[in-house]
Design a binder for this molecule. Structure first.
Ligand code: KDG
Ligand code: MG
Length: 402
């Protein structure tokens, strides 16, 4: 199974996606998602300039060796650009191996550990009433878990509250990032009561909330305490996770479950958080954390420490990543939940796939491989357009975490 071609395809069917496509001498193809939101061409160029030439002539079946070759061989280890590139190669090679075996990928990962993958969607609204309405529509569609984000009285814009609810998209096309404003004081004043109103209306629903790295550990500890009686499924990214020791402060004050990891690409970045049981859910993804191979190692470490998985699945993770994530989720023993935000019809046209949603759960389907392809003609109709994630400033103009 010699690799004869490795190509990067960049397209923008509503938002930017970077896809790696690998072809073997037997004519098998595999694809991997290499999208890094707001910095897409950095990974595209790393792949096409440095990684693709190294793949030619190598055995597509030696997935672990390839991972080690690209990780150790670069000398410059880790980081989001390098790890996203490795993720794409690893995913594409698993796709090829499963296609060669004539099996859906999850069968190569040990088979099913469950019947379906529990997913959550986003209910975002400027007011609590809007959020309640949106949660209601999720419940009507069978969802068992919903993430709730609210506008903050006194602030003009808030993370997670966009104009298009169905296809929520945080990156904006344009020359500069949008600037949002933030006040921790106003946020902490309004959010516990807002979540409380959703809990009153939906006593049995799993509720999640994303703080998006905006608090200090002691502020997060306080919020966690105030939310305890509302029994959140999780409180996500309460503080920036670079300072892993900061989570000891949060943990020692509250029993609200904590989810972290969408920006952390390696097992070493997560070692303290998982090893000291400072978190309950690990949120890194196939696309960010070195593909299926490395994510499985992270999940195994997590399993040892009673931490479950909760993979990132916003719209900047392409249908290729979503398909791979569902095979991983179906097979991994310590699965928790999967984030799932539907892509636009244009994106689904570019990436035809076999995964499906039904009554709160998803399934990757039974096609050999990942069960997703890229329609290159359709992709060609949607050329790349630069887009940035927003930035965030305090009310006095100070830059703050987004
Ligand atoms: O690219 C960044 C987005 O995917 C991120 O803002 C979404 O925080 C997010 C989430 O939990 O889905
Ligand atoms: Mg998040």
């Amino acid at each position: 199974m010699k690799i004869v071609e490795a190509r990067v395809i960049v397209c923008s069917p509503g938002r930017n996606f970077v896809t790696l496509k690998i072809t073997t001498e037997d004519g098998l193809t595999g694809i991997g998602d290499a999208t890094m939101n707001g910095r897409e061409l950095a990974v595209a160029s790393y792949l096409s300039e440095y990684v693709c030439p190294l793949l030619l002539g190598r055995d597509a079946g030696r997935i672990e060796d390839m991972w080690q070759y690209l990780y150790k061989g670069a000398y410059w280890r880790g980081g989001p650009v390098g790890m996203t590139a490795i993720s794409a190669v690893d995913t594409a090679l698993w796709d090829i191996k499963a296609k060669a075996a004539g099996l859906p990928l999850y069968q190569l990962l040990g088979g099913r550990s469950r019947d379906g993958v529990l997913v959550y969607g986003h209910a975002n609204g400027n007011t609590v009433e809007e959020v309640l309405e949106w949660v209601h529509s999720y419940v009507e569609r069978g969802y068992k878990a919903v993430r709730v984000q609210f506008g903050i009285p006194g602030l003009s814009s808030t993370y997670g509250v966009g104009s298009d609810k169905l296809y929520y998209e945080p990156a904006d096309r344009g020359a500069f990032p949008v600037e949002n404003s933030w006040s921790t004081e106003l946020y902490l004043r309004s959010v516990p009561a807002a979540i409380g109103r959703v809990r009153d209306a939906f006593p049995d629903l799993h509720l999640l909330h994303d703080v998006h790295h905006r608090l200090t550990p002691i502020e997060a500890a306080k919020l966690g305490q105030r939310l305890e009686e509302l029994s959140l499924f999780w409180l996500e990214d309460p503080v920036p996770a670079e300072l892993q020791e900061g989570f000891r402060i949060i943990r020692s004050h509250t029993t609200t479950p904590i989810a972290v990891g969408e920006v952390l690409p390696t097992i070493w970045d997560l070692r303290t958080l998982i090893g000291e049981q400072l978190i309950d859910y690990v949120r890194t993804s196939v696309q960010r954390a070195g593909g299926i191979s490395h994510l499985r190692k992270i999940a195994s470490l997590a399993e040892l420490h009673h931490v479950r998985t909760g993979s990132h699945g916003a719209t900047d993770l392409s249908p290729v990543c979503m398909a791979a994530a569902l095979h991983f989720d179906l097979s991994v023993p310590n699965f928790g939940i999967q984030e799932y935000m539907p892509h636009t019809p244009e994106t689904d046209e570019v990436f035809p796939h076999s995964y499906r949603y039904s009554d709160g759960f998803m399934h990757p389907g039974e096609e050999p491989g990942l069960g997703v392809e890229i329609d290159e003609d359709a992709a060609g109709c949607f050329p790349y357009q630069r887009a940035y994630l927003p930035v965030n400033r305090l009310l006095d103009g100070t830059m703050h975490s987004w």
